[in-house]
Design a protein around this ligand. Structure first.
Ligand SMILES: [Zn+2]
Length: 449
């Protein structure tokens, strides 16, 4: 019998090309297949994981979920053998990521006619977004590469805000320098101040995210001592896939009928699929949920591709959206996402600015404080319920990707009526003199008798 402190031996992982299936050592620094330029995935020797029964794994995971010890106190590293099995514990850089709340919204589920509705609060974490889940793995891996003598001077990424915040924090914890490439004027103040505080070299470029991505790819290939941290890098997907494992664990190893997830660069949906795939292979769940990728109508290349049969993706110029982290016109992980959508009987829906802002505000009426990306996911959920694709009495988990406090500016503008849209749930402060009678009058008007 295995207890929670044991690292299960024999588990191994390698890099594998999604296109030509060539295999590479995990400790080679590669971002794409050297033979065919295909995307790489981390593939696990799952037979080794299957030396434990499903029941044994459930017991291991549940014991670790209750542990305060390094590294099990991290929601990601409590699943270590499924994530990065060979890493040494002293190389693991954790800031307490994962173990995020799964919040039930029974009243909203009732309004929608659903059996159950949950918000998986991945933004309730150290830097305020789900990116922490992938970055703990990437930065830990960089630390183990450096320990093997591989010269890495700094880690670099392009970002719409959240990725750079996560990279800067984890790398600072590990004392590794970082360079972040941000589109000037396109990220929130809260997101910009995070890498600045963690002493990143912040390069603000006069372009959009896709332009920053092109630059960082060129720079990291010209200078191999700069390590690329974008989601092109498959290490991040390994951490992000613990969302599905944790979600199933929180539902006592059941899966909802649907999982709705916002999609920009599309690493996240690929990760979600990878987690469920490993769970089913190991017998911890007996079926897959269906997956909906939710896109902003202003940055919807996957939606357009889905409508045309998912055979290819035509890059577009992404337009400005409140959901700034998914304002991406040329998603790097499209081939990975397509595989997941096909395997999980997936759909892609889109939400306009008005739909996403109102959906976020509607969820807030239930005690949430929803960021615009989760607003996109919720708006798409509402549309799929209306169109009958999601049927009544089904259960749905919505993946919330960021903390609403990162978007206090746009949420304030919504309630002040300053956005160019019809704010259905607008709620402004009432300006009053400090006069008891006037206050009583307003209370009577607003709250009734
Ligand atoms: Zn290849």
């Amino acid at each position: 019998m295995t207890d929670e402190t044991t690292t299960i031996s024999g588990a191994r992982a390698h890099l594998e090309c999604l296109e030509c299936n060539r295999q590479y050592d995990l400790y080679q620094v590669l971002y794409r297949c050297p033979e065919c330029d295909g995307l790489l995935m981390v593939e696990h020797k799952e037979d080794a994981l299957h030396t434990l029964s499903a029941t044994q794994w459930k017991n291991v995971f549940s014991a670790r979920m209750a542990s305060f010890d390094h590294p099990w106190s991290s929601g990601v590293w409590g699943k270590k053998e499924w994530v990065l099995p060979e890493i040494q514990d002293e190389h693991i850089v954790t800031l307490g990521e994962g173990r995020s709340p799964l919040v039930g919204l029974p009243r909203l589920a009732g309004e929608l006619g659903l059996a159950q509705l949950w918000l998986k609060q991945c933004g309730i974490t150290h830097t305020g977004s789900f990116k922490d889940l992938g970055m703990t793995v990437l930065v830990s891996h960089v630390r183990s590469l450096r320990a093997r003598g591989i010269p890495i001077r700094a880690v670099a990424c392009a970002s719409t805000g959240d990725t750079s915040a996560a990279l800067a924090a984890y790398a600072a914890a590990a004392d590794i320098p970082t360079v972040v490439f941000l589109p000037a004027g396109k990220i929130s103040l809260a997101q910009l101040v995070q890498p600045i505080s963690n002493r990143s070299l912040v390069l603000s470029l006069d372009t959009d995210f896709d332009g920053c991505m092109a630059i960082v790819r060129a720079v990291t290939s010209a200078d191999p001592a700069l390590y690329l941290a974008n989601s092109l890098n498959p290490l991040r997907i390994e951490g992000q896939k613990t969302v599905s494992i944790e979600l199933a664990q929180q539902l006592n190893w059941k899966v909802p009928d649907w999982v709705v997830i916002p999609g920009g660069n599309l690493g996240n949906v690929s990760a979600l699929g990878a987690g469920f795939r490993m769970l089913k292979n190991a017998g911890l769940i007996d079926r897959f949920p269906r997956i909906c990728v939710a896109q902003s109508a202003n940055a919807n290349p996957l939606y357009e591709s889905f409508r045309a049969g998912l055979n290819e993706l035509t890059p577009m110029q992404a337009r400005s959206t409140l959901a700034s982290a998914i304002q991406i016109g040329n998603p790097v992980s499209f081939p990975r996402a397509r595989r997941t959508l096909r395997e999980f009987d997936g759909v892609v829906e889109q939400a306009t600015e008005e739909e996403l802002a109102n959906a976020a505000a509607r969820a807030d009426l239930h005690g949430m404080f929803t960021d615009p990306h989760t607003g996109v996911a919720l708006a798409c959920l509402f549309k799929l319920v209306n169109s009958g694709v999601i049927r009544s009495r089904e259960s749905v988990a919505v993946v919330s990707t960021a903390h609403g406090l990162k978007f206090a500016d746009s949420k304030t503008a919504y309630h002040a009526g300053q956005l160019p849209l019809r704010a259905e749930y607008r709620n402004e402060p009432v300006q009053l003199p400090a006069d008891e009678q006037r206050v009583l009058q307003v209370l009577h008007e607003r709250l009734g008798d």
